[in-house]
Write a protein that binds this ligand. Sequence first.
Ligand code: URA
Ligand code: SF4
Length: 207
Amino acid sequence: MDSLAQIDREVSVCTDCPLSRDRNRTVPGEGPENAEIMLIGEAPGSNEDKEGRPFVGAAGHFLEQLLALAKLSRKDVYITNTVKCRPLNNRDPLPEEKAACRKYLDRQIEAISPKVVVTLGRHSLTSFLPNEAISKVRARPRRVNGITLFPMYHPAAALYQQSLRKVIEEDIMKLPALLKEISSVQEQAPPVQPVRKATEGEQLSMI
Ligand code: URA
Ligand code: SF4
């Protein structure tokens, strides 16, 4: 398994999709390798492209306020996007760009092994659940390929739409209880039996 630093290094020189042509900096993501929560946004914007860090503009500021409602701060969580380079003029990332960049996202999830993956917005949600609408599945935790997803609206949308703002605030406040629940289920799970080799003639039970 790769370290986050190794993934960052590969992203920094990646030219696997046309977004590489117009970027100033790659924005691989940031946060601790042992984060319990991973947040996945859409794509870097112009501030992110200048700084090489995710969610540093207005949406990022709002995201920090939201995290505070859940008694969390940026340093507790890993934050990244579905693509690591900025689409010009804040256009949506194209399906082929998301597909080209997906390998880095998957490796980041593997490296961090978070308890919860929070998808922010439609692009992030449909990377995992292609046919779902946020309005239907928001704040409903779901297991997808071994990952616990917690879909939320994108902070940028909620920042400018009063009706969504209340919803996203209420949704993020459900995160601490969800984390607690996941942790207690993991603690109750029986310890994994160590694998041992059968000695000559011995048959290992297959339960
Ligand atoms: N900044 C990011 O890094 N991602 C977004 O989706 C929006 C703003
Ligand atoms: Fe590579 Fe992803 Fe950047 Fe495309 S968006 S160039 S796949 S790092």
